[in-house]
Design a protein around this ligand. Structure first.
Ligand SMILES: *[C@@H]1O[C@H](CO)[C@@H](O)[C@H](O)[C@H]1NC(C)=O
Ligand SMILES: *[C@@H]1O[C@H](CO)[C@@H](O)[C@H](O)[C@H]1NC(C)=O
Ligand SMILES: *[C@@H]1O[C@H](CO)[C@@H](O)[C@H](O)[C@H]1NC(C)=O
Length: 265
């Protein structure tokens, strides 16, 4: 009899946990047990209605969003993560109020972003991770990330950024990881990292860094923090301070190295 109740319990419990689909999305939980909807590649151009307001993770990658509306996520009062990777969002709408105060992770990689005006993320001031890779970003402002005092990870890789605004990193008080590979950056403004504690993970490779006196600050910073510079290849991450050396300079160094080796030094 006890066994019967045990099986009965299993049936009831696991029936409730089993995946339920809404609008074709899969409902489950993320690794930290947050209620998640997975609506990957279902052709949506807006957030479908009818989801549980308790949803905390909304995955909408590879859909047809042509704009981002903060308020359409407002029904999820505890929203933690929004994934809009691979949509066609052309800009981040300005907001004066923190519309999504609980949002921690925002993924907007592979969209059509071109610029990030001042206060672009005022709608979600609690962000800790922001992914903006593989867009057409070329214009950033000193205040693009203002208000994001909790931001730890910022991914700006694979864009067209040519100029680093002098004060861009100042609002980021607990910043840990910066991905800036594959842009058009030649110069780092003096004192760019400011007075903050060192940033432990920096990915600055594949930029045409100039090799002249304008790089004095960067050169010193690199010398003092060489163990914080990395390159990544898929999931493989390596410490490599030389990755930020411009290609011509790298060649010169290699030649020098070879000459020294030939000389048996
Ligand atoms: C979401 O669903 C897609 C396919 O439906 C799957 O490939 C992907 O791994 C899922 N994502 C997560 C985080 O479970
Ligand atoms: C950023 O602020 C500095 C100092 O106020 C100013 O000189 C610079 O022009 C600003 N840069 C941008 C891109 O707005
Ligand atoms: C160094 O090179 C950069 C990019 O080519 C240029 O903008 C800057 O003016 C140069 N600085 C000096 C001191 O020559």
């Amino acid at each position: 009899m006890q066994l019967f109740f045990f099986y009965f319990f299993l049936l009831v419990c696991c029936g409730a946990v089993a995946v339920r689909a809404w609008a074709g999305c899969q409902r489950d939980r993320d690794k930290d047990h947050r209620p998640r909807e997975n609506c990957t590649a279902l052709g949506f151009s807006d957030v479908p209605r009818g989801f549980e307001p308790t949803t905390e993770v909304m995955l909408l990658p590879y859909n047809q969003f042509t704009s981002l509306s903060w308020s359409s996520f407002q029904i999820f009062t505890k929203i933690y993560e929004i994934d809009l990777t691979g949509n066609q969002v052309p800009d981040v709408p300005p907001s004066v109020a923190p519309v999504l105060p609980s949002l921690r992770v925002l993924r907007l990689g592979s969209n059509r972003l071109k610029s990030l005006p001042e206060g672009s993320f005022s709608a979600c001031p609690a962000l800790t991770e922001l992914y903006l890779d593989n867009n057409g970003l070329h214009a950033l402002s000193n205040h693009s990330f203002s208000g994001l005092s909790k931001l730890e990870i910022l991914d700006l890789s694979n864009n067209h950024i040519a100029k680093l605004p002098e004060l861009m990193l100042r609002p980021l008080l607990v910043f840990e990881t910066l991905y800036l590979e594959n842009n058009q950056i030649k110069v780092m403004p003096d004192d760019w990292f400011g007075p903050k504690e060192e940033v432990p993970y920096l990915y600055l490779s594949a930029n045409p860094w100039a090799c002249n006196c304008s790089l004095g600050y960067f050169h010193r910073y690199l010398g003092e923090n060489e163990f914080n510079f990395y390159v990544r290849d898929g999931l493989i991450i390596n410490n490599d301070a030389e990755s930020v050396v411009s290609p011509t300079n790298r060649k010169r160094q290699r030649n020098k190295q070879e000459r020294l080796t030939q000389k048996g030094l």
